[in-house]
Design a protein around this ligand. Structure first.
Ligand code: CNA
Length: 380
């Protein structure tokens, strides 16, 4: 059965048990908060923390939901649906990519000796539950462009995809009508042609030292797994290419077959409803994987938060960084100040090291005395 876009569609009946435990189903008749009843403890939700749940909503329900979030300022970490921080989608459609992503803050010198301060805390044994929050900037040294870096970012190089605005390529409703732009991009993003870099191995070293509570990544390139960070230490908040399913009815589809079809310019279609299959990468307007909600347990436990290579523009992920306890040190490693680090004065315990991420991480490793071990890890 083919299902039209705009219908509220639940999973097929064989997934009925999971559907009943849905935590993010959206209807137009309930309040915004009630529509996102996130359990305090994912274990209490009546399902395993790693099960995936996604629901489709109508175009108008999505617009209504986003405008409600914007008006009420409720776009926080606990929300399960991906959106751009504080952006009205209608305005976004009318903007150029430069207008959408202004960089208002040039690189500043690092306040309070960012790296040295954070390294001192680690060496003193004060940080044993380190959370890392990462974005596309950790993979640019591997040759994968990020979204928003002017000139080299994907959003600055969208002409060839013939789309009306950059985010359309990751918009689920746009995909429903025309999957080709995303499939063209997917061909270059599919894991296989890129290798993890020093930054990935630095994070793995945090795990090796028994310090990594969890890595929350927005990346879809699979390089965290490839460098050996175990599955239970990793939350791929925006999904990955490792699995695929129907974008309408969510019937799973063999990921390798989807890849072969996409690489050969064919459109994989669902054997259940004949709609287009896509890799399980989270698009704007889609729910994040259930594993993302581990954050409700992790962030209150953290004793150091390291934020790397992200513009913190995508909600609800961006708000995660505000959910550690107020006395927990936060270290930003990025080319620019982003998110709460754009505000002056910084919160006590906030540190920044601005500049090239790979350089910063190498220096961080040196101060920690880990350089030799990381090189060894990379060799092995
Ligand atoms: P973004 O908005 O493009 O931000 C990247 C940030 O990293 C920017 O602030 C850059 O200045 C910074 N940056 C990039 N390279 C470096 C560097 N070498 N040194 C220092 N800073 C650097 O990307 P986000 O991750 O914030 O946005 C989230 C999106 C991006 C997610 O939905 C991803 O799926 C998506 N994405 C992922 C990949 C990937 O998997 N590698 C690539 C492109 C986009």
């Amino acid at each position: 059965m083919k299902v039209g876009v705009g219908m509220n569609r639940s999973r097929p009946s064989r997934d009925k048990k999971v559907s009943q435990a849905s935590i993010t189903r959206i209807t137009r008749s309930t309040s915004s908060r009630a529509r996102h009843p996130i359990p305090a403890d994912p274990q209490d939700s009546g399902q395993g923390p790693y099960g995936k749940q996604r629901r489709k909503q109508t175009d108008s329900a999505l617009a209504q939901d986003l405008s409600l979030m914007i008006v009420s300022g409720q776009d926080t970490a606990s929300k399960g649906k991906m959106s751009q921080a504080g952006r009205n989608p209608v305005q976004a459609c009318q903007s150029t990519s430069d207008q959408i992503f202004p960089y208002s803050f040039p690189a500043k010198s690092s306040p309070r000796g960012g790296l040295a301060s954070a390294a001192r805390l680690v060496k003193l044994g004060r940080c044993k539950n380190v959370l890392v929050v990462a974005g596309a900037g950790i993979s640019t040294p591997s040759g994968i462009p990020d979204f928003r870096t002017p000139g080299t970012g994907l959003y600055a190089n969208m002409e060839k995809y013939n789309i009306p605005y950059p985010e359309a390529i990751f918009n689920i409703d746009y995909f429903s009508n025309d999957p080709q732009p995303f499939f063209s991009l997917a061909k270059s993003l599919y894991p296989g042609s890129h290798r993890p870099n020093y930054i990935h191995y630095f994070i793995r070293m945090l795990h090796h030292k028994g310090l990594l509570l969890r890595l929350y990544t927005q990346n879809i390139d699979g390089l965290e797994k490839l460098c050996g960070i175990p599955d239970d230490k990793l939350v791929e908040a925006h999904g990955s290419f490792a699995t695929a399913s129907c974008h309408l009815c969510y019937t799973p589809y063999p990921a390798e077959e989807a890849k072969v079809a996409i690489m050969n310019d064919n459109i994989p279609t669902c054997s259940f409803c004949a709609a287009t299959v896509k890799p399980d990468v989270v698009f704007f307007g889609e729910d994040l994987p259930q594993k993302y909600f581990l954050h409700t347990e992790d962030f209150p436990k953290a004793d150091l938060l390291i934020i790397m290579g992200t513009s913190l523009k995508i909600e609800p992920f961006a708000s995660l960084v505000n959910t550690v306890r107020s006395n927990v040190p936060r270290l930003l490693l990025n080319r620019h100040a982003v998110g709460p680090f754009e505000r002056v004065p910084l919160r006590r315990g906030d540190y920044m090291e601005l500049g090239d991420l790979a350089d910063s991480v190498r220096r961080f490793a040196e101060v920690l005395g880990w350089s030799g071990e990381i090189k060894e890890l990379m060799r092995s």
